[in-house]
Write a protein that binds this ligand. Structure first.
Ligand code: ADP
Length: 485
């Protein structure tokens, strides 16, 4: 099968969250399974320092964005057999410090930037010599892709376009812009209505994907059910209920060749489910690195996150002083909302022996926190898939999570299954409910046999990409079959 993936982030080239990890692994595992895979992604500023520079394809594009025409070059990279990355190089749009914004907030021309990127992706989909059968777009940044393909099929002589799959990684990010921004898509006004891409008088790029893709997926089975309800549907639950027969939830996998506890260059010591001594060495190293008193016996809780509303900081921050009034330590790594950054830093100042916080984005430290922590806290208000709880399971950091979305699908509480228990869940979105779950963790910690039982169950659980990629292949097969018929 021939598949073109379009994504605004791609590990290991660009990343702000789980989207990058997911797309990077999806491409890699599809190519490994024998498919021809292309991934199209923007050529952001930091990629210019890649050595040697990615070569330039003999293929320049000139694409309209409103009344202007912008030119782009395509750079490429072949990291593995059958896998090609296509970088869209458009300096005016992508040669910037951030992917989506800077300290001042989102870039004001994001509609134009990602309309242009979506057009470039569709252009590749149409004219690449290897003729993709499937175009797989992700999140609002590429939401226009299915619509542009639909439009070119309808009006512009694209006789046999590829089938389109659109994956929702997070329904809360909707790519909503003033109606005037429709102009930068160069689409006719007849798509601008409530059954098209209008969303309460504005335009939503996410909605373009939800309405016009042949098939929809999201990143966990539970989230696929949750978004059909008003509470999690972010205004799209009605539309999604209409499209329910074309919507599936597939839990993200883990790329275990990167997220590993043995021979991991980021860690001080190797360990695995049967040899946990190395975990203690990593714990002490983490405590030292974060400026906490090294103590192998004190329960150490970790958190790595975008500091966003969704991630539960408004219940975590009031719970933390109570947690650390017991013998316990907490380390956090994250960046985002300045309110949460300063509240966490303030807690660290007030409890220097108990709480340590690092503001920033640091992949190395994220591995070290997973490896050093005894417990990993994810109190998300909602969580489409969540990757950190999956990494935590493999790293033996027992997850303490709210039972929502992918967290509920991947963590097993003792009340659900005595034999497979691997974490602690709570239900109410409140600081007392979280605190109760944290106290369960504190009660578990001094029971070495039980603690090891949880840990080993988690470390041996299999969330490998083989299964996730097979589920996507099934959808591609079905879609390509329907197109051929
Ligand atoms: P989301 O995509 O909503 O941010 P996920 O749990 O699905 O949440 O994925 C987050 C990914 O981003 C994980 O790989 C996580 O380790 C990484 N990550 C988040 N914040 C940071 C950070 N500050 N430093 C390093 N990695 C981070």
């Amino acid at each position: 099968m021939r598949i073109l993936i379009a994504s605004s982030e791609l590990h290991p080239y660009s990343k702000t969250g789980g989207l990058a990890d997911m797309v990077g692994a999806l491409g890699k595992y599809l190519a490994r399974a024998g498919h021809r895979v292309g991934i199209v992604t923007p050529y952001y500023r930091h990629l210019r320092s890649h050595s040697p520079p990615f070569p330039i394809l003999k293929w320049a594009m000139d694409l309209p964005v409103g009344s202007r025409v912008l030119s782009a070059r395509v750079r490429y990279h072949r990291p593995a057999p059958r896998l090609t990355i296509y970088f869209i190089e458009q300096p005016f749009q992508f040669d910037r410090d951030g992917l989506y914004g800077d300290e001042a907030g989102n870039y004001p021309d994001n509609a134009e930037r990602f309309a242009f990127f979506s057009k470039a992706a569709v252009h590749l989909g149409r004219y690449l010599p290897w003729q993709p059968e499937i175009v797989h777009a992700h999140d609002w940044q590429t939401g226009l892709v299915p619509l542009l393909i639909h439009h070119q099929h309808r009006t512009d002589g694209w006789i046999r376009p590829p089938a389109t799959l659109f994956t929702i990684h997070n329904l809360a990010y909707q790519g909503i812009f003033p109606a005037s921004q429709l102009a930068c898509t160069n689409l006719p006004g007849d798509y601008f209505h409530p059954g098209g891409i209008e969303f309460y008088g504005q335009v939503s790029f996410l909605k373009a994907g939800l309405v016009y893709a042949d098939y929809l997926s999201t990143v966990s089975p539970r989230y696929a059910r949750e978004i059909l309800e008003p509470e999690f549907g972010c205004g799209f639950d009605g539309l999604l209920r209409q499209r329910q027969n074309a919507l599936v939830g597939i839990l993200n996998g883990v790329d275990y060749s990167e997220w590993k506890t043995r021979r991991n260059p980021h860690l001080d010591a190797s360990y695995d489910a049967r040899h946990l001594r190395g975990k203690t060495i990593n714990k002490t190293a983490l405590q030292k690195e974060m400026g906490l008193p090294p103590d192998p016996d004190i329960p150490l809780f970790g958190n790595i996150s975008r500091l966003a509303d969704q991630k539960g900081f408004d219940i975590l921050i009031p719970a933390l002083p109570h947690l650390v009034s017991e013998p316990a330590q907490f380390v956090a790594l994250g960046s985002g909302d300045p309110r949460f950054e300063s509240a966490l830093l303030d807690l660290a100042r007030r409890h220097p022996d108990r709480i340590a916080v690092r503001i920033g984005f640091d992949t190395r430290l994220s591995h070290r926190i997973e490896a050093g922590a005894d417990f990993f806290v994810m109190p998300s208000r909602f969580e489409p898939s969540g990757l950190n709880q999956l990494y935590s399971l493999r790293y033996g950091a027992i997850p303490v999570v709210r039972a929502t979305g992918g967290l509920d699908d991947s963590v097993v509480d003792i009340t659900e299954d005595l034999d497979r228990v691997n974490g602690i869940k709570f239900h109410d979105y409140s600081a007392p409910a979280l605190l109760k779950a944290l106290h369960k963790a504190l009660a578990l910690h001094p029971k070495p046999r039980l603690l090891e039982f949880y840990r080993v169950n988690g470390m041996e659980a299999d969330f490998s990409w083989r299964k996730t990629a097979a589920d996507y292949q099934q959808i591609y097969d079905r879609l390509a079959g329907q197109k051929r018929a």
